[in-house]
Write a protein that binds this ligand. Structure first.
Ligand code: BTN
Length: 264
């Protein structure tokens, strides 16, 4: 496998702003941390920070994110003109874009597992970690960290406690990282721009509803202080998960759940 080829990537990329500025690291603690540093120094909207490996890659709930060579580990800095309440929608839309890029480019079916995972055959292939700087209820910048197990081997994944896979394992072939990232960024740019138009957002939410897990299942959800059991039946328009618990409906937002499990 070769290092990420920035020149080749720039030749393929056809976006208006996403990825036009790319900061490349061989190794870094976490691209999200680097993105925060760079955002503070007034980075342009759509700047990407990409690293071949991360030593302290982070997942949701301060979990460690394994980031060996061969994956696609990057963070996007955007300055969206949306309410902080809509950040969870950005996480879901990013998951949709990853799933659609996997389907469009590799012809593999992928699902979104609410709120921030992408799965192939129930095995985790990607995760999204959105973090933000909010001042007086206005998003100063949003860092969208995306990790895709692109060209990892079985060997790389065996230390994980979640069931995971990579695109290379599923495809039995290496994936062109530059082309994958360029396609993914194009999809992301289209969706981020369109989410401001209510009718377009509705269409995107319906696409998400078609591939999201665990709708249609009995689930156990743990929040900071409580555990709930119920039936997950829909995704609300704000991205929260609607769960029927003892004949009442409770909406869970991604920010206040510790975990969600499908009950067997
Ligand atoms: C999750 O599934 O819990 C989210 C994983 C997000 C991982 C990516 S890799 C690039 C960026 N940098 C990080 O430290 N985390 C995100």
């Amino acid at each position: 496998m070769k290092d990420f080829d920035i020149y080749k990537f720039k030749e393929i990329l056809k976006t208006k702003y996403l990825g036009k500025d790319l900061i490349y690291f061989n190794n870094v603690a976490s691209t999200n941390d680097e993105a925060f540093k760079i955002a503070k120094e007034n980075a342009s909207n759509g700047t990407i920070i990409l690293a071949e490996t991360q030593t302290s890659g982070r997942g949701r709930g301060s979990k460690k994110w394994l980031s060996p060579y061969g994956g696609l580990w990057f963070s996007i800095i955007i300055k969206p003109k949306i309410s902080p309440l809509k950040i969870s929608l950005i996480t879901l839309l990013s998951g949709l874009c990853v799933a659609e890029t996997i389907k469009g480019m590799l012809n593999l079916d992928a699902n979104i597992k609410w709120p921030n995972d992408v799965l192939i055959d129930n095995l985790k292939v990607a995760g999204i970690l959105c973090e933000s700087e909010i001042i007086k209820n206005i998003i100063k910048y949003l860092v969208i960290g995306i990790g895709v197990n692109l060209n990892l081997d079985e060997e790389d994944l065996k230390s994980l406690d979640v069931k995971a896979t990579s695109c290379k394992i599923e495809l039995q072939n290496e994936v062109n990282r530059e082309e994958f990232l360029a396609n993914l960024l194009q999809n992301l740019e289209n969706y981020y721009d369109k989410m401001l138009v209510p009718s377009e957002l509705k269409l995107m939410l319906n696409k998400i509803r078609k591939i999201i897990i665990p709708i249609g299942h009995d689930v156990e959800i743990k929040t900071e202080h409580e555990k709930f059991s119920g039936f997950a039946f829909n995704l609300a328009d704000d991205g929260s998960l609607l769960v029927r618990i003892d004949k009442k409906v409770k909406a869970f937002t991604s920010s206040n759940i510790e975990y969600i499990r499908i009950k067997k």
